[in-house]
Design a protein around this ligand. Structure first.
Ligand code: DX5
Ligand code: ZN
Length: 218
């Protein structure tokens, strides 16, 4: 729908021209910029960290939505806040003291998110709902762009929607989001759609059309 937030993941951008890519994707209609931070330890891939985020921060005023796939996360939260992240999301599976990590993110002045892998039950967030601004449900196993959407997570989206009730918490979906899969999660209650390959495929001339197709499908 029109109100669905589209958050392109720069994981699928041309890293040699990252600043330009961020500007182009914002002009093409991106609502947020999704930043996939990987450590080669929690996930089997390595991407970028605070210095790169800081370098692209002046290219746009859009929300920087930082998805930390790192363990531990706590020692680095301050650096990501300083780099200009607006939302910082940690993985429940990578965090021993989830309640403490979420408090720390809000204490830094950022919105706090938690992410769950496809196999992680939503019950792990039952007691931290009041500390959350966003719940990121992975629809692929994290680590790489371009993987196939795991349909069993659609049921989890609906369960999380019921669990959060009237709380102002956004549900974000990440992994394998395309115009074909977007309606499944939008119908189940998703507010934010992350997309890497479905946005960046076809190069800069295709970005606006790709984002428009996702928005129309959702
Ligand atoms: C996966 C990342 C995703 C990924 C999405 O670990 O968290 O954000 O880049 O890429 P697509 O949309 O290609 O599945
Ligand atoms: Zn992500």
């Amino acid at each position: 729908s029109q109100k669905t937030i589209i958050a392109p993941s720069v994981l699928s951008a041309d890293f040699s021209r990252l600043g330009e890519e961020v500007e182009t994707i914002c002009q093409a209609g991106a609502d947020w910029i999704h930043l996939d931070v990987m450590d080669g330890h929690f996930v089997p891939n390595i991407t970028f960290g605070p210095p790169v985020i800081k370098a692209i921060r002046n290219r746009t005023d859009k929300v920087f939505d930082c998805h930390l796939m790192i363990a531990p996360a706590d020692p680095f939260l301050g650096a990501f806040a300083d780099a200009g992240c607006d939302i910082i999301t940690v993985h429940a599976e990578a965090t021993t003291h989830l309640d403490r990590s979420l408090q720390a993110i809000r204490d830094l002045g950022c919105k706090a998110g938690v992410s769950l892998n496809p196999s992680t039950p939503e019950t792990v967030i039952e007691y931290v709902l009041d500390r959350l601004d966003l719940i990121l449900l992975m629809t692929v196993n994290p680590g790489f762009g371009g993987q196939a959407f795991i349909p069993s997570v659609v049921e989890k989206v609906a369960r999380v929607r019921a669990m959060i009730g009237p709380r102002p918490i956004l549900i974000e979906i990440d992994g394998g989001v395309t115009p074909e899969t977007a309606p499944l999660v939008a119908r189940a209650g998703a507010d934010v759609l992350v997309a890497g390959s479905a946005v960046f495929r076809g190069g800069p001339e295709a970005y606006a059309g790709n984002i428009g197709a996702l928005r129309a499908a959702a």
